[in-house]
Ligand binder design. Structure first.
Ligand code: ADP
Ligand code: ADP
Length: 225
């Protein structure tokens, strides 16, 4: 896996300080959750890590490498989005293979890797299905498969479970945590659900008004909220 070092990152939209001088170190192989209310800056920070948002200032390192100017598809990062952002007109295999086509991986290797990713999220045999034939939980799994298919060393997830009902959410929390342990990626996970953060994380960064207010283990946060 790969550690992440965010140093003095600032991003403003007009007068809104989406990120206000944020510094954060995520350890190699750690599961770190950004926890905070809507509008606190969690998604913006994740988009900076993924490379979709360029901050106004600050530095971002993956390991020893400064990546602030590295475009998303050249970063060692897989990401899932809140609304899954799947391509509805493509099959499951088409969606999951997309990051590999983007990286010009040979066709035969793509098929193998897509099968493996679908196995990992327990969707074996779903490659030919259309996205609109899938349940919410299955779509979420496809989004995860697409994020891990090129075996990134960093996985970013933006409220991946918010569209699911409670029972499925509880089940997926356990599955995603297991997946993290199995693949050993450095994981940054965004949620506004405190219970979810306490259940899944090695550490929790409490975000508010574009700042990290607290950084602690679930146990410490639980005892000193
Ligand atoms: P969240 O549910 O995490 O708060 P939002 O629904 O606020 O996310 O934002 C969804 C998308 O819209 C994101 O890509 C975000 O960058 C963008 N966005 C959020 N707020 C604004 C805004 N005030 N003006 C323009 N775009 C915004
Ligand atoms: P969160 O993910 O915690 O809900 P966001 O990172 O989406 O918060 O947003 C943080 C703040 O930045 C909010 O006030 C939001 O409206 C604003 N914001 C985010 N993206 C944009 C954007 N593309 N344009 C304008 N304002 C934005």
């Amino acid at each position: 896996a790969l550690p992440i070092t965010v140093a003095n990152v600032t991003k403003t939209y007009g007068r809104v300080h989406a990120l206000d001088n944020v510094s954060l170190h995520v350890k190699s192989g750690e599961f770190l959750t950004l926890l905070g209310p809507s509008g606190s800056g969690k998604s913006t920070l994740l988009m900076v890590l993924a490379g979709f948002t360029r901050p106004d200032s600050g530095s971002l390192k993956f390991g020893d490498h400064e990546v602030i100017r590295t475009p998303p598809h050249l970063r060692d990062v897989g990401m899932t989005f809140q609304s899954y952002a799947l391509f509805p007109h493509m099959t499951v295999a088409g969606n999951v293979g997309y990051p590999l086509r983007l990286r010009k991986v040979p066709r035969t290797e793509i098929a193998d890797r897509v099968d493996r990713a679908l196995q990992t999220v327990q969707l074996d045999g779903f490659g030919d299905r259309r996205i609109d034939q899938l349940s919410g939980g299955q779509r979420q799994r496809v989004a995860v498969a697409r994020a891990i298919v090129f075996e990134p060393r960093i996985l970013l997830m933006d409220e991946p479970l918010s569209a699911l009902d409670k029972k499925l959410r509880d089940q997926m929390q356990i599955e995603l945590r297991r997946l993290h342990e199995k693949l050993g990626m450095t994981t940054v996970y965004v949620t506004h659900d405190q219970r979810e953060a306490l259940t899944m994380s090695d550490r929790i960064a409490v975000v508010n008004h574009g700042r990290i207010m607290q950084l602690a283990t679930p146990l410490d946060l639980y005892e000193h909220p």
